[in-house]
Design a protein. Structure first.
Length: 72
């Protein structure tokens, strides 16, 4: 049978592990929030690029002849 001291030590170790787990979970949550913001930004940028390519904007497809250097 375990004595009260062993039980207290085990309880303290479990509390420490729970505390570290909570900290890790908060860090991971912040990473997910940051990644979602980046994904949202990239989705908007892709939508803008698609819109500009359909409007004949800067992203419009060009002929390869337009890409030749001047010495050709």
């Amino acid at each position: 049978m375990e004595n009260a001291n062993d039980i207290d030590q085990r309880l303290t170790e479990l509390e420490i592990k729970a505390s570290f787990t909570e900290d890790l979970l908060e860090q991971l949550d912040q990473v997910v929030i940051r990644q979602q913001a980046q994904i949202d930004l990239l989705i908007r940028e892709i939508a803008n690029l698609r819109q500009s390519s359909t409007d004949g904007g800067v992203g419009a497809p060009r002929s390869l002849r337009d890409e030749l250097p001047p010495h050709f």
